[in-house]
Ligand binder design. Structure first.
Ligand SMILES: [Zn+2]
Length: 428
């Protein structure tokens, strides 16, 4: 098959020949019996998400492995890491193998289960990390995401344990006692609205502690969804020491701010903006963008968090926290980082494919588009303008904060090892 007229990382137009799931040839004027017209789209290595909630097993009303990976493919992803806060929790070899098998059977992209750090995400006893690493799912990323591993001794043990198989602990940094009952970012607006505040220090204190712990035991640490300017400063300091710390930012924390809770196109107190960690201030957003540009923040991860309507369309304090994100991630990153001149397409490829695959230790993903590489390819038209229409999502859930907004760009096609999962913007 020939994919014609694409611009790798935004470069000169070329054709790509795909054979046996790999890139066999790159050059102008390639001929073949079967061709796909790229129409001058940008070609990126297939995107890799380090932080996806697929909800299966247990909450198939919100998402399944099938619909979640369809959503991923439509967003240009060829691999996702499935978070462990399912029901049952993915804290044993049996459950991670179940998710891994569902991925092999039904998925529209590769599915890599994340293992829980503690049994039942309860923060009391380490889960069977070694058994999950040795299982068919070959788990390398462990996280209690949704909850923080707040016990310093357990966190230290987990960091020590995963060194044996080059694993990484991905921490959801939220000091639980500082955020008891918290509803939104602690600041001027939470004060005015009378909602319990979620202080930046609750995130920053855990990040500081865990950077020190990771350095102390010489292990790999990854910080999920960094959301404050102070967190960026701590991670910048840890990296300056040469410590093995990586971190992610979500698309929504690069674009949206806490004042939307008070005043937005969809009214005040709209739980569509309720998310963990909460939307922060304009100054935080600026710091996150600068940190993603200069490499202090390593990657963009979606924290795709599907919820059914009844869990979101309720009063603010009762609503579930989270937003879907897979199908809008690349457009939001274009809006926040590319249109602002902070990143070029090579920079986007690093932060949304190459580096997340490296952190997750995925061999066949996140490789530059070169001859011999697996043909995991995303074709993207940055000149398109699309009004976000949740009813068109492949995700089972519709809880997007971008409904009705016009965002730049459109995923034209996605190829997983040479097989199209999306063509002309539609699932294959
Ligand atoms: Zn989280």
């Amino acid at each position: 098959m020939i994919i014609r007229n694409v611009r790798i990382l935004g470069g000169e137009p070329v054709d790509i020949r795909v054979a046996d799931g790999e890139i066999a040839e790159i050059g102008p004027g390639l001929e073949g019996p079967e061709t796909v017209d790229g129409g001058g789209a940008i070609a990126l290595p297939g995107l890799v998400d380090l932080h996806t909630h697929l909800r299966e097993p247990g909450r198939e009303d919100a998402e399944t492995v099938q619909t979640g990976t369809q959503s991923a493919a439509r967003g240009g992803y060829t691999a996702v890491h499935a978070m462990a806060n399912t029901s049952p929790v993915a804290d044993t070899a049996g459950v991670v193998e179940q998710v891994w098998r569902l991925g092999r059977e039904f998925a529209h992209c590769d599915v890599h289960p994340v293992g829980a750090v503690t049994v039942g995400l309860e923060g009391r006893q380490l889960a069977e990390l070694g058994a999950m690493a040795d299982s068919a799912a070959r788990v390398r990323v462990f996280s209690d995401d949704g909850k923080c591993v707040d016990d310093a001794v357990l966190m230290r043990r987990a960091l020590e344990y995963v060194k044996a198989f080059d694993g990484v602990i991905a921490q959801h940094a939220q000091e639980p006692r500082l955020t008891a009952g918290a509803q939104m970012n602690e600041g001027v607006i939470s004060g005015r609205l009378g909602l319990t505040g979620w202080p930046a220090v609750a995130e920053e204190a855990i990040i500081a502690r865990d950077c020190l712990l990771a350095a102390h035991v010489g292990s790999r640490l990854h910080i999920c969804h960094v959301s404050t300017a102070g967190s960026v400063e701590i991670i910048r300091w840890a990296k300056s020491k040469g410590w093995n710390v990586t971190c992610e930012v979500t698309p929504h924390h690069l674009l949206l701010t806490d004042d939307l809770v008070e005043d937005s196109p969809v009214g005040a107190y709209n739980p569509i903006y309720k998310v963990n960690p909460p939307l922060r201030t304009r100054a935080d957003v600026e710091a996150l963008r600068a940190a993603l540009a200069d490499g202090t923040i390593d990657i963009v991860a979606t924290d795709h968090a599907p919820h059914p309507v009844e869990d979101k369309e309720t009063e603010w304090s009762a609503a579930a926290m989270g937003m879907v994100g897979l199908e809008t991630a690349l457009s939001v990153v274009q809006e926040a980082m590319v249109e602002t001149g902070l990143l070029d397409w090579a920079g986007v490829a690093q932060r949304m494919s190459v580096v997340p695959a490296r952190i997750g230790r995925l061999g066949g993903q996140g490789q530059p588009l070169e001859v011999g590489a697996p043909a995991n390819i995303t074709l993207y038209d940055p000149s398109a303008r699309t009004e976000v229409d949740p009813s068109a999502f492949a995700s089972k859930s519709r809880n997007t904060p971008y409904e009705g907004m016009t965002l730049p760009g459109r995923v034209v096609a996605t190829f997983l090892r040479g097989r199209a999962t999306v063509l002309e913007g539609k699932l294959v």
